[in-house]
Design a protein. Structure first.
Length: 246
């Protein structure tokens, strides 16, 4: 009986110690799985859709013409990014078809201005900061667009133009070159599928529309504000090994 009591007492002393240190009974260390790796490096292609507002400021002998137009844009892009730690640098090109247009009547000059933009394009540098699957980025580069305007004489001006043998409607168009700047945020839904939300400002400076008929030489400047949503497909690149932690 005495030996039994001694055994039970020792067991009572040992049990709390084992409960306080649950790892003492384990023979092997515990291995923890490393976090999944995500890289922004690689080539990608994508598509975007959104909307834009274009502002045209024109000055001529007939007066000043300031017109705002809005519409839908959509198109494709292709690019390459390289990730260095949390820094992401890259180069991207895009082309968007545009349905931006408006009509505006100017009573002082008695004419209607109809204008539109058919497309926007750009080649941009990319600078981003990555937090795992989220990337905040800025971009900027050279931009291009096509702008077209049609001036139509109003009820008072049209008879005067016709009496002088001049057309009652004059059209002019021009391919602008300028710059764009902007930024946005991207998120990797999978290792390949990436979504983005982006804002961009385009500035195309000024251009002198030549005189044509009763339209005097006109100096015009154009700028756009554009917001788009997009999806990209990123092609995989080799991933660096990740050491297991324990």
């Amino acid at each position: 009986m005495r030996h039994l009591l001694t055994t039970l007492a020792l067991a009572g002393l040992i049990s709390p110690a084992c409960a306080a240190d649950p790892y003492s009974a384990r023979q092997n260390p515990v291995f923890l799985d490393p976090p999944p790796y995500f890289s922004w490096s690689g080539f990608y292609i994508g598509a975007d859709i959104g909307g834009g507002v274009a502002n045209l400021n024109a000055n001529s002998a007939l007066g000043s013409f300031n017109s705002s137009a809005s519409g839908v844009i959509g198109g494709a892009r292709i690019g390459y990014n390289a990730q260095l730690d949390q820094l992401v640098i890259g180069l991207e090109g895009d082309f968007y078809g545009a349905g931006i247009g408006a009509d505006k009547y100017f009573p002082d000059a008695d004419l209607t201005l109809n204008r539109n933009q058919d497309w926007l394009a750009a080649i941009n540098g990319h600078l981003g900061y990555a937090v795992y699957r989220t990337q905040f980025y800025a971009l900027g580069g050279v931009a291009f667009t096509q702008g077209a305007s049609r001036f139509t004489a109003g009820p008072s001006l049209a008879p005067l133009a016709a009496g002088l043998g001049l057309p009652t409607s004059v059209s002019v168009s021009h391919a602008y070159t300028g710059f764009d700047v902007g930024g946005g945020v991207e998120y990797g839904f999978t290792d390949n599928v990436i979504g983005r939300l982006e804002y961009r400002y385009y500035y195309f400076g000024g251009w002198n529309y030549p005189g044509n008929g009763w339209i005097q030489q006109t100096q015009a400047s154009l700028n756009d504000n554009v917001v788009t949503l997009g999806l990209s497909y990123k092609f995989n690149v080799a991933q660096p090994p990740v050491a297991a932690k324990y």
